[in-house]
Design a protein around this ligand. Sequence first.
Ligand code: ZN
Length: 65
Amino acid sequence: MKVNCLSCGHKTDLDDAYDDYDGQIKCFTCGAILEIKTEQGSLKSVKYVKIVQPPSAQDVLLRTR
Ligand SMILES: [Zn+2]
């Protein structure tokens, strides 16, 4: 089953374990968190949970130290 990422549009491949699933998945391409609900292998709903934002200036500063 494939889920279209609402952030980057990439199709994320999900295996059979997600055929009946209600929870969060992570887009492997952009890292966005999506909340999906599936039933018997078909997608019922996709919701955006978290938009991945570029690291803030403070984070970059901490990382370079
Ligand atoms: Zn994505």
